[in-house]
Design a protein around this ligand. Structure first.
Ligand SMILES: [Fe+2]
Ligand SMILES: [Fe+2]
Length: 195
């Protein structure tokens, strides 16, 4: 399988690899992301691929995810925060699987997968669409989903800021670790917004 595979082929293979719940969530993210891509003028095909693959490693064991990431970048030094948080690992591991097993070599598609949980600095349109779609897809029930969905239709950065604030507040309240990439994403929106 390579990056020229059709959406239907990618979808079929993803379906075989994910649990039913995860697959339904993935389809919800894909539909939402495609709709945002049409609205904001992003490549719908690339967005669909990033969305279909964004949670491809979500059900892997922590050991498997760590192995994948370390094999992919043997010389990289990863923070303890990153290595011991499955929620952070699955996004990075997912990008490795997308490249190695699905032949994806498009940087935007891979970064959409890699940044979908934490966000990060310098996010392009595709990455921002996947980040927002993951939070607002129709199967989501978390607090703030409805408001985030409304904002996404008006201003993608406003939706990103709203979601990042919810996530950061959630992590602070639970005294959980926060990756600096998330803070960077937050700062960037604050600095760049028009007001
Ligand atoms: Fe995820
Ligand atoms: Fe997801």
């Amino acid at each position: 399988m390579d990056s020229t595979d059709s959406k239907a082929e990618t979808q079929k293979r993803v379906r075989e690899l994910l649990s039913r719940e995860r697959y339904e969530h993935t389809l919800g993210v894909c539909d939402t992301a495609e709709s945002l891509a049409r609205q904001y003028g992003c490549d719908v095909g690339k967005v669909a691929k990033s969305a279909l693959l964004h949670d491809i490693a979500r059900d892997f064991s922590q050991d498997d995810m760590q192995c994948l990431i370390r094999q992919d970048e043997p010389d990289a030094v990863f923070s303890e925060t990153f290595l011991h948080e499955p929620l952070l690992l699955h996004a990075r591991a997912g990008a490795v699987v997308a490249r190695n097993q699905f032949g994806i070599d498009d940087r935007d598609i891979l970064r959409g997968i890699e940044l979908h949980t934490t966000g990060g600095p310098g996010m392009g349109l595709l990455e921002r669409i996947i980040f927002v779609a993951d939070f607002i897809e129709p199967g989501r029930t978390m607090r703030g989903v409805k408001k985030a969905g409304q904002l996404a239709r008006e201003n993608l950065d406003a939706a990103m800021l709203y979601i990042l604030k919810l996530v950061l507040n959630y992590l602070l309240d639970g005294e959980r670790c926060i990756l600096t990439e998330s803070i960077d994403a937050y700062n960037e929106i604050i600095l760049n917004r028009e007001n």
